[in-house]
Each structure stands twice: as C-alpha cells, then as structure tokens.
Ligand binder design. Sequence first.
Ligand SMILES: [Zn+2]
Length: 107
Amino acid sequence: MDNYEILRNLQHYGLHFLFPGLLAFYLYRNSWKKAWLIMIATMLVDVDHLFANPIFDANRCSIGFHPLHSFYAIGIYFILFLFPKTRIIGLGLLLHMLTDYLDCLWI
Ligand SMILES: [Zn+2]
C-alpha cells in the first residue's frame, strides 16, 4: 500500500465508523451508543454489492451503480431523515452515501 491508498482508506473507515460516533455523541448525548450502533448498522446497505459482479471493485463508484446506492434510494433515505422516528437511520444512510461518494472522487 502506498501513501495514497493509506490516506484513502483512512478517510473511508474514519467516515464510516468514527464520524457517525462523533455525530451520535453530539446529537444524541443521552443515547449516543445506541445512535452510533444504528448508524453503523446502515452499513448493511452494502449487501447490494453482493448482486454485483465482481462483488468488490475498488475502482468502481458505488453511487448510482448498486440498487441501494441509486438516486431513488437516496431519495428514500432523505424522506426517512425528515421524520423524527426514522431520522437517525436516514442520517446514517445519507452519511454512508456521502462517504461512498467521496470514495468516487479518489478514483
Ligand atoms: Zn456503500
């Protein structure tokens, strides 16, 4: 791994795991652990990668390629974000999309 790859991975995993934690702590001080877990659970939308061939391709942009990373799906995540009950899930999903999108910029 060269420096470029290390930096890219740091950004990816930092945004996927650490940033939701900070956000959860800031927004849901009383139940930040639960909020953090929910946001990490939104990582499950990556199951749609299993339907792709090949399953993993570091040089492929997920956004707009996989069904749960399509612009329609992102619209649904935004709707989830609008309602207080599902806001945390929507927020986690939108953050996930943002992280994947940032990855696309490195390609
Ligand atoms: Zn993803």
